[in-house]
Ligand binder design. Sequence first.
Ligand code: 13P
Ligand code: SF4
Length: 348
Amino acid sequence: MIAADSIEETYAQMREMLRGVVPEVELQYKAELVFEINRLKVERDALILGHNYMEPALYHTIPDFKGDSLMIARQASETDKSIIVFCGVRFMAETAKIINPTKTVLLPSEKAGCSLAESINGADVRALKERFPGVPVVAYVNTYADVKAEVDICCTSSNAAAVIESLGSDTVIFLPDEYLARNVARETGKHIIFPSLMKAADPAPDLDYQMIGWHGRCEVHEEFTVEDIQDVRQQYPDVVILAHPECSPEVVQASDFSGSTSAMTSYVEQTQAPRYLLLTECAMGDNISAANPGKEMLRLCSVRCPHMNRITLEDTLLSLQKTQYVIEVPEDIRVRAVRSVERMLAIG
Ligand code: 13P
Ligand code: SF4
C-alpha cells in the first residue's frame, strides 16, 4: 500500500514500485486516482481488501491487505473499520458480509461475478442432499450465499484437502468445481463420481466412491492445456510451471507445482528458477514481477478473468465516493451460511 502526502509523492512511489511493469504515462494518470482513494479511505473509515488477481497499479497501491481468498476472508472477519471495499469478485464480498454483517461491504463493480459461483444454486445442493442423505457437503468458497447456507463447511484452494479430511467421513459431496474436486480426490486418494454429468442411459454410478462432485468449471483455468505446457517447455526447457488447482488434473500433473494464488506467489518468492510460468490470471505474473524484480515471469495473457478485470481504480474511487455497490445478504440465508464459513476459518 502507498502512504503519501501528495499526488507527486504517490507517483514517485508508484514509479519505484512498478518500474518495468506499468508504463510511466499510465502511472501518472493512476497516481491521481490512487492518492484520492487512499485519502478517502481514511476519511470514510474504510478497509480495502485486494485479491491477488488485481491489476498491478491497483494491487500494489490501495489494498490494506492482499492475498488469496482465504487470507482476505480472514481479514474481513477481523476488521473494526466501518466499510470494507472488496477489490475482488462478488462471492468474496458476499463472504465478507456473511462473516462481518454489521459492516458496509462494497464491491466496485456490479458485474464482477464468477463462472464457478454461477454454476450451482441452493436448490441444486438440496437435490444432491436428498439423493445422498447424510453425506457431508463441502462448498468451495467460490459460491453464493444460498449455496453456503445449504452446506456443512466451505473450503478454498488452500485448505480443500484439510477440510475434507477434517470431516472424518467415508464419503463427501464436494461442490462446485469439477477440476478442483478431481485434483483434491487425487491428492487425498479418493475415488470421485459426478452424478450431474451422467446421462439417463448411463450405467448406475459406481458404488465404490468417496467423493461426489459437481460440473462447475472456472472459465479461465479450464482453458489451459497440456499442449500449452509442452509448447512453453520446448521454448524454455528450464521453466518452472505453476498451475492453480482449478486447472484440469492433466494440466496440474504436467506442472511443477500447484497451489492457491498465495501459495504460488510464495513458491516463486522462495525458489530460484531461471523463469516461471503461472497458469492462472495473468495479472498475478505482473504483481509478482513488480515485487520481485529479479524474477522472470512468463505469461499466457490470452486467458483472462473477465470478472476480476472489472475492478478498476476508477470504479474503486466511485465506490468510495458513492457508497456503491452495497452487498446485502438476506438475514435468514446469512445465519445459515455463516456456520459453514466460520467452520472453515476455524480449520485454517
Ligand atoms: P485463491 O483462493 O487461490 O486465491 O483462488 C481464487 C480464485 O478465484 C481463483 O480463480
Ligand atoms: Fe471465478 Fe475463475 Fe475468475 Fe477465479 S478466475 S474469479 S474462479 S472465473
